[in-house]
Design a protein. Structure first.
Length: 155
C-alpha cells in the first residue's frame, strides 16, 4: 500500500505569471499608476461637460463630486454584485466618450433637463432588455464578444 497523497508530498506546480503574487513594494506603484489612469476619465469628462454646458466653477466641482461618487457606486455594484445585478468581477465604471457626446448634443439642442431625462429613459430601457440579453449572450462565441468589447473600448 502506498502512502496517502498529501499536499506536502505533492510537487509544487509553477505559478503562471498572471497569477503570481507580487511583493508589496512592486504592487504599490502599480496600483498608484492604475488609480491615476482610472481617475483621468471622470475628471476630464466632467471638465469638458462643465465647459460645454457653461457651468461655473462651483457647479463643475459639484458635478465632479457626483461623477466620482457614482463611478465608485457603480464599480462596487459591478464588483460585489447585489441580488442579480453586477458581474461580480473587478470592473471600474467610468463615463464614456460616446455617451458624453450624445448627452452634450441633446443638452445643446433641448437643454440639460431633457438630456438628463434621456439618460434615465435609456437606463430604464437597458434594465427592461437585460433579461433577454442575458439569455442570448451565451449564443455568441468568445471571439465575437471579445471583438465587440475591443471595438467599444477603442471608440
Amino acid at each position: 500500500m502506498s502512502a496517502p497523497d498529501t499536499l506536502e508530498s505533492r510537487p509544487k506546480e509553477p505559478v503562471p505569471p498572471v497569477d503570481e503574487r507580487l511583493p508589496l513594494r512592486r504592487l504599490l506603484p502599480l496600483s498608484a499608476q492604475h488609480v491615476l489612469a482610472m481617475i483621468a476619465a471622470p475628471v476630464s469628462t466632467t471638465f469638458l461637460t462643465g465647459q460645454a454646458l457653461g457651468l461655473d466653477a462651483a457647479r463643475t466641482a459639484s458635478l465632479l463630486s457626483a461623477t466620482l461618487l457614482l463611478c465608485g457606486a457603480g464599480a462596487l455594484l459591478q464588483s460585489l454584485g447585489f441580488w442579480r445585478i453586477g458581474a461580480r468581477l473587478p470592473f471600474v465604471m467610468l463615463p464614456g466618450g460616446a455617451a458624453t457626446a450624445l448627452f452634450l448634443q441633446i443638452a445643446k439642442d433641448h437643454g440639460p433637463a431633457t438630456a438628463t431625462g434621456s439618460v434615465l429613459l435609456a437606463a430604464a430601457l437597458l434594465f427592461a432588455v437585460l433579461p433577454f440579453y442575458a439569455r442570448i449572450v451565451r449564443l455568441f462565441p468568445p471571439l465575437v464578444m471579445g471583438t465587440t468589447v475591443l471595438l467599444i473600448a477603442s471608440r
